[in-house]
Design a protein around this ligand. Structure first.
Ligand code: DGI
Ligand code: FE
Ligand code: FE
Length: 189
């Protein structure tokens, strides 16, 4: 597997300056959350650093990579190939960077949509992506506060916010985003 420095250079080469800085901020935020919730610090840093490594590839390239890797692409994904930048990123992490750790790969794969029954590192990366210090949408401070209290409640707020945004845009909602939200409500203590 590449070391962190090689990964950092890859994303510096392949992403705009803004998204490169976002990636470093997600790495650092993921590390903080891993410390706060007793997650794996090294894995969280790596997944945070490279989660968006495929974000600036064009749609056709993203679809190509995912198709070649044997994923099936439903009508929502076909209409919104950018939803697959996490899946494509996980394939790049595996095939180019030599990452074999399933936890890291899945945290990258599901960082945009979430999924039902997420594990700790998947939650950490999803939320770190949402709340890193450069983010400044309305409600982000509430989300930061929620993240420091309860990961599941913070995730629920994030899914609700994402779904609202997608509806306002008139876009399709991906089933995994809905399942991610419903799962938390059904499994609340
Ligand atoms: O890659 P980032 O910009 O850092 O963040 P991200 O990977 O969370 O991507 C955010 C985008 O993903 C945002 O534009 C909303 C979109 N998204 C998330 N869930 C869905 C969705 N878009 C659609 N159409 N449907 C979804 O279910
Ligand atoms: Fe992303
Ligand atoms: Fe991101």
């Amino acid at each position: 597997m590449w070391n962190e420095e090689q990964m950092r250079l890859y994303i510096k080469e392949n992403l705009s300056e803004g998204r490169y800085n976002h990636s470093l901020a997600v790495r650092d935020t993921a590390e903080k959350l891993a410390k706060m919730y007793s997650g794996n610090i090294e894995s969280s840093r790596i997944a945070g650093l490279i989660h968006d490594c495929a974000k600036e590839m064009d749609k056709k390239e993203i679809l190509d990579i995912c198709t070649k890797a044997g994923m099936d692409i439903d009508y929502v994904l076909r209409a919104n190939p950018k939803l697959l930048h996490g899946a494509a990123g996980a394939i790049i992490a595996r095939d180019i960077m030599g990452v074999q750790d399933k936890e890291i790969l899945n945290a990258i794969k599901y960082h945009t949509t979430g999924k039902k029954d997420m594990n700790l590192i998947e939650k950490i990366i999803y939320l770190a992506d949402y709340i890193e210090p450069n983010r400044n949408f309305q409600g982000v401070d509430e989300l930061r506060e929620a993240t420091s209290i309860n990961l599941d409640e913070a995730l629920l707020l994030s899914f609700d916010k994402t779904i609202e945004i997608v509806i306002k845009r008139g876009d399709l909602i991906y089933e995994k985003t809905v399942e991610a939200r419903n799962y938390i409500i059904c499994n609340r203590k």
